[in-house]
Design a protein around this ligand. Structure first.
Ligand code: 5RP
Length: 262
């Protein structure tokens, strides 16, 4: 199979397929946002169809909610669920402590709330997301529209005293207009190049007036499943302190997934 899948899609797919196997009957599962999380939603829908698995999903964006409903997954809101067994999501970067940068897809606020309200968070990612130091990927910060330029200026002032290598901040755009999140907010991307103290930065950013949340996920992720283009996966478990390896086979039926877009 999988002649049609690019190596990066294979990497995302095998990570997603492994993560889907962590979902058990009756669980309430946080469904992340982004292209890797979309593979997860497809793999879960496949398990539902082929094994009759029953579970409820709490989506972290309108995009994920639409995909999950299209595929027949039962959706509940976080307020209905209150607490989740597991959240599975992608990430833009992760380090050896499984701290993350998230929000490249603009859903960091719901993603952080849902992950924090879960017994366990599993991140699925291709191997390119592993970094020695967080910060090469611009750090997304969600701000309310009112006075966003003031919030931006205050954030730039704050960054002067932070252990970072770059300090440029940009307003995320969607064409000619500012990008708008599911909560009606904007996103400032912080081009920091290297973050020396992610924990300190995460706390400090949330003190800036107008900031709703930032994309640093510190001590939230329990397991990263990292996929490779040849079907290999690595399972990094921060609580057990283990790294396991496995090979996931592609099946002819996996072609079902190729024509589904994020
Ligand atoms: C969305 C996110 C995504 O998980 C992150 O951007 C990774 O996306 P992808 O799997 O498409 O690389 O944080 O807000």
């Amino acid at each position: 199979m999988s002649g049609e899948l690019s190596p990066i899609d294979k990497a995302k797919f095998v990570a997603a397929r492994k993560a889907a196997s962590f979902v058990e009957e009756g669980m309430t599962v946080g469904l992340g946002t982004g292209s890797t999380a979309a593979w997860l939603v497809r793999c879960l829908a496949d398990r539902m169809t082929t094994t009759g698995l029953k579970f409820r999903g709490v989506p972290t964006s309108t995009r994920t909610a639409a995909l999950a409903s299209d595929l027949g997954i039962e959706i509940v809101s976080l307020d209905e669920a209150r607490w989740l067994d597991l959240t599975i999501d992608g990430a833009d970067e992760f380090d050896k402590d499984l701290n993350l940068i998230k929000g490249g897809g603009g859903a960091l606020l719901q993603e952080k709330i849902v992950a924090t309200a879960s017994d366990q968070m599993i991140v699925i990612a291709d191997a390119g997301k592993k970094v020695d130091n967080l910060g090469a990927f611009p750090l997304p910060v969600e701000v309310i529209p009112f006075g966003w330029q003031t919030s931006k200026a205050l954030m730039e002032e704050l960054l002067v005293s932070m252990d970072v290598l770059g300090r440029k901040t940009t307003l995320r755009m969607n064409g000619d207009a500012p990008y708008v999140t599911d909560e009606g907010n904007h996103i400032l991307d912080l081009h920091l190049n290297r973050i020396g103290n992610a924990r300190q930065l995460a706390l400090a950013l949330n003190q800036v007036p107008g900031v709703v949340e930032n994309g640093l996920f510190i001590d939230i992720c329990d397991v990263v499943i990292m996929g490779f283009g040849d079907g290999k996966i690595e399972v990094h478990d921060i609580n057990q302190g283990t790294v396991g390896q496995e090979q996931i086979d592609f099946l002819e039926s996996d072609n079902l997934f190729t024509d589904l877009a994020d």
